[in-house]
Design a protein around this ligand. Structure first.
Ligand code: BGC
Length: 519
């Protein structure tokens, strides 16, 4: 049996420093960068089901939906134009994250965050006042640009700012904000949809200006990360900043490691082509597979379509919106669990536990839906207990995601790349994430129509694959300073053969730092 999980323990790299109030507040403010992404995920599904919105902008779709009397719940009328409109944001985000790579690297993490906030604000403004479809589309593209910039820079910012022992928890502030954004948006939709006169959608869409302002102001007051300051030549200021962040005077060892990381980073002129080098094979693999797998858990089927899904299994309109709120609350609460545990139990444990939990729930939900809806999709009258059981297992599934692939899908990529490729690799992570969010959103309804209850088994298959992948190929990174993560690849049973040329500041292993423990 190969040694699959490897952790350097103890052995010298105990940077002095504590969790200062300064760093805590800084990370909380920066983490709020996730609000814009979350708010949009939560708001758009609801808005595109508001009749007044559809009547104004997509009249033909509205009329077709009204005339759709089919009993087959698997194949309800579905408009590709409407989904394309919603998911156009993800394509814009994909493009923006590639541009953000250069901004983040050359001008600092903060500037990308600022761009993220401003673009999102502009998009929200245009959407809130939209009078024609073209305004909606321009607005959505701007929102997407905003998300691309923010998701590229915020996770990196957090992972660099945090003391390494608390890196997991502080980074997950980003995911926590995503989940809070989703929940708030769901609740707001619920109330705005009831506004007489049917202009509530303007508030829903325009409301995105609030989280946009939070990240915009945040990025103006936040300090830059020492890693990024050194990379941009501000060495003296960076040392001062590091002292302030860590709350101790003696930061020499960490500072020297950052400088060394930055030196090797400066040798790299083309981070993109560099990524193709053999020594970055594990990083490139993770930058692609982690976001791919995150989306193939099927989570956004729940996030985007929960009200529709709950409606299908027999909840009336209000009740199905309420159950969307319930999954939203579970999502937030379970994220708190991972904030508590990620630096104690480690990333691998959460990945594997969450994976098993999701797998079991998906199998049960598939069986429940299969039993009642069969293959013709006509369930007849559904008993109340049945709907409750399905909602319960969907909640347990959401909890499994929310303490594993949700936060770790952003945390792990942000901490495993060496400085020289960090920004570029993070852009790949965001792009792949956005691409597959787009794909899942775009084809979900057709897949449901064809695969029926088997759709849940389709996602379950991927959950199984990703768990096996994590077990064999993802090394543990808890409690390892960010610029020393290279060590874990060097001692990994599989990846070690690729990374022998990978530099570790101050020699890493040779300095006796890597007391390797295998399990
Ligand atoms: C994912 C989103 C998802 C959200 C749910 C995030 O980590 O990237 O696609 O909607 O979690 O909480």
């Amino acid at each position: 049996m190969p040694a699959v999980g490897i952790v350097p323990v103890g052995g010298g790299t105990e940077y002095p420093g504590k969790l200062t109030l300064y760093v805590l507040i800084t990370c909380m403010v920066a983490g709020m960068g996730g609000l814009i992404f979350g708010y949009d995920i939560g708001i758009s599904g609801g808005v595109t089901t508001m009749p007044s919105f559809l009547k104004k902008f997509f009249l033909s779709i509205y009329e077709k939906q009204q005339n759709d009397n089919s009993k087959n719940q698997y194949c309800k009328y579905n408009s590709e134009t409407l989904t394309l409109f919603t998911s156009s944001l993800y394509l814009a985000a994909l493009l923006a994250s590639l541009v953000a790579s250069t901004v983040t690297r050359k001008f600092g993490r903060k500037l990308s965050m600022l761009f993220g906030g401003l673009l999102f604000f502009a998009g929200a403004l245009i959407n809130g006042f939209a009078k024609a479809v073209w305004m909606l589309i321009v607005g959505r593209i701007l929102l997407g640009f905003g998300v691309g910039f923010a998701n590229q820079s915020v996770p990196l910012y957090l992972s660099e700012m945090a003391p390494y022992k608390y890196r997991g928890s502080l980074n997950i502030g980003f995911q926590l904000s995503i989940t809070i954004g989703i929940l708030v948006a769901n609740v707001l939709n619920y109330f705005f949809a009831k506004i007489k006169g049917g202009w509530g959608w303007r508030l829903s869409l325009g409301g995105a200006m609030v989280p946009a302002l939070i990240i915009t102001v945040g990025s103006l007051v936040l300090p830059d990360t020492p890693n990024s300051m050194i990379e941009r030549g501000q060495t003296t200021e960076a040392k001062e900043k590091l002292r302030k962040i860590r709350g101790v005077d003696n930061v020499d060892q960490e500072f020297n490691d950052l400088v060394a990381a930055s030196k090797s980073s400066k040798l790299v002129e083309h981070p993109w082509t560099n990524l193709l080098q053999r020594k970055y094979r594990p990083h490139l693999t993770m930058a692609i597979l982690i976001p791919f797998f995150q989306q193939l858990t099927g989570i956004n089927v729940i996030m985007f379509y929960a009200p529709v899904l709950f409606n299908t299994i027999g909840f009336k309109n209000d009740a199905s919106l309420m159950s969307a709120v319930i999954t939203g609350v579970v999502n937030v609460a379970a994220t708190l669990v991972s904030i508590y545990g990620v630096d104690k139990w480690g990333r691998r444990f959460l990945f594997l536990e969450g994976g098993a939990q999701m797998l079991i729930c998906q199998a049960i939900v598939a069986a429940c839906i299969g039993a009642k809806f069969g293959t013709d999709g006509d369930p007849g009258n559904l008993p109340k207990w049945y709907a409750i059981v399905v909602v319960l297992f969907i909640c347990i599934y959401v909890a499994g995601f929310a303490w594993s692939w949700g936060p770790l899908g952003w945390l792990v990529p942000s901490e495993i790349f060496p400085l020289e490729i960090r920004s570029a690799a993070q852009s790949i992570n965001v792009s792949v994430n956005m691409l597959f969010t787009f794909v899942v959103a775009q084809i979900f309804l057709q897949m449901l129509c064809h695969l029926k209850f088997g759709l849940f088994l389709f996602f379950a298959f991927f959950v199984l694959m990703m768990s096996i992948f994590v077990y064999f190929f993802l090394p543990e990174t808890k409690n390892i300073p960010i610029e020393e993560v290279a060590l874990v690849w060097k001692s990994h049973w599989y990846w070690s053969r690729f990374v022998q040329d990978l530099e570790v500041p101050n020699g890493g292993l040779e300095m006796g730092r890597g007391n390797i423990k295998t399990f």
